[in-house]
Design a protein around this ligand. Structure first.
Ligand code: GLP
Length: 380
């Protein structure tokens, strides 16, 4: 008999399986601490944990690589992404990547572009979907907003797409720049019956109802928000999603406090912290220049990808990264949704530096019980 103990949610359970059970025919007897049988059956979380133990694989569940610094984090992340692209290309024509902006993935993008240009994988067989785009960038028309140096479209061309000798087949970002912020504010103020705010904190999701009176809001819902989700679906979903960590653990622009349920593609009124961070990081000269809204994939959509790779470095990320794996799964820390994703069989990988991973390294034992596999590669 093989026996293993797991902590799932708030229950501590022991799982007993017959020794010769095949990977597909495992029978689980779930016992409580005293060995009293409480429920036969299994959860997908346990199936993944146990089948990984039996086969020696470590890809399912949550794996955390703790690296030395930004450069090392970028190298380790590049290794994960290249491997995944090559594997995916064995099974289908094109691999679908979900891409993030921010400083965190810039080193990764340079390494990926180099690897593609050196022929390690075929960038001509990749489609990409970015997480988010601002609404409210300076500019008097959509073209000016798209080409604004702080737009995420501009960022992606500068940091990644432009470096590739062989371009991706398809590169998409949410069409936030098509929305005119002044018109949006006017339509929201004039049609309050058409939408509701969702969120317990300062950052809110603006949920536009199914048949709004405002034609402008109807267009945003149908074409900009649902339209983006449709494009991802039409591409067959995302194989590998790269994410960073924003203020208070937000993912993309799924701000802290926005509920998980129904969070596919969101129209977001940004949190004050997010707006302030954009100024503090030198992206915009004043709070007045910093966009107030964004179109963003929500946590539920982000974590539908087959693999999610979270990157984080530096002091600013310690709290969110720690809470995401050691605290509750809560919209207060949107990246904590990853735990629910992994529990349902999702492949979640963190590649972080040792500063961001400081508290996690100190809580290794606790994490092991939760099924989180910490790999400290910082000495290598
Ligand atoms: C913004 C983006 C996020 C990103 C975050 C962190 O909020 N919408 O997707 O993760 O910035 O940026 P940085 O990597 O610069 O810390």
């Amino acid at each position: 008999m093989l026996q293993n103990s797991y902590y799932t949610g708030n229950k501590y359970i022991k799982v007993v399986i017959p020794e010769k059970a095949g990977k597909r025919s495992l029978m689980f007897i779930i016992q409580n601490r005293t060995g009293c049988r409480i429920k036969p059956g299994m959860t997908s979380y346990m199936f993944n944990r146990l089948s990984n133990n039996l086969t020696g694989e470590s890809t399912m569940g949550i794996t955390v690589y703790v690296t030395r610094d930004f450069e090392h984090m970028s190298e380790v992340a590049a290794g994960v992404v290249i491997k995944k692209i090559i594997e995916t290309h064995k099974g289908k024509d094109s691999a679908v990547l979900g891409l993030a902006t921010g400083n965190t993935p810039t080193g990764l993008y340079k390494l990926l572009a180099q690897a593609a240009n050196d022929g390690q994988f075929d960038s001509g067989r990749i489609r990409s979907f970015n997480l988010d785009e601002y609404v409210g960038l300076p500019g008097d028309n959509a073209q000016q907003r798209v080409i604004h140096p702080e737009s995420y479209a501009y960022f992606m061309i500068q940091e990644f797409f432009g470096l590739l000798q062989r371009k991706f087949i398809e590169t998409r970002l949410p069409c936030g720049a098509l929305i005119d912020q002044k018109t949006l504010i006017r339509e929201l103020r004039g049609n309050k019956q058409d939408w509701t705010f969702q969120g317990t904190d300062a950052g809110k999701s603006i949920v536009i109802k199914a048949k709004p009176a405002s034609a402008y809001l109807a267009w945003i819902r149908k074409d900009i928000l649902d339209g983006y989700a449709r494009k991802i679906k039409a591409a067959g979903g995302i194989d590998l999603q790269i994410i960073g960590v924003g203020g208070r653990g937000h993912v993309a622009f799924h701000e802290a406090g926005i509920p998980f349920k129904g969070s596919t593609v969101l129209l977001v009124r940004l949190d004050r912290d997010t707006i302030a961070n954009a100024v503090q990081d030198g992206h915009f000269p004043t709070l007045g220049d910093s966009p107030n809204y964004a179109v963003s994939m929500g946590a539920e959509l982000v974590y539908q990808a087959k693999t999610v790779l979270l990157m984080a470095n530096g002091e600013r990320k310690v709290d969110a990264v720690t809470r995401s794996l050691l605290g509750d799964v809560t919209p207060e820390v949107p990246i904590s949704y990853g735990r629910q994703y992994a529990a349902k069989g999702g492949d979640l990988i963190y590649v972080i530096d040792r500063i961001a991973g400081r508290e996690l390294l100190a809580a290794r034992k606790q994490l092991k019980v939760k099924g989180v596999n910490i790999k400290d590669v910082s000495a290598r």
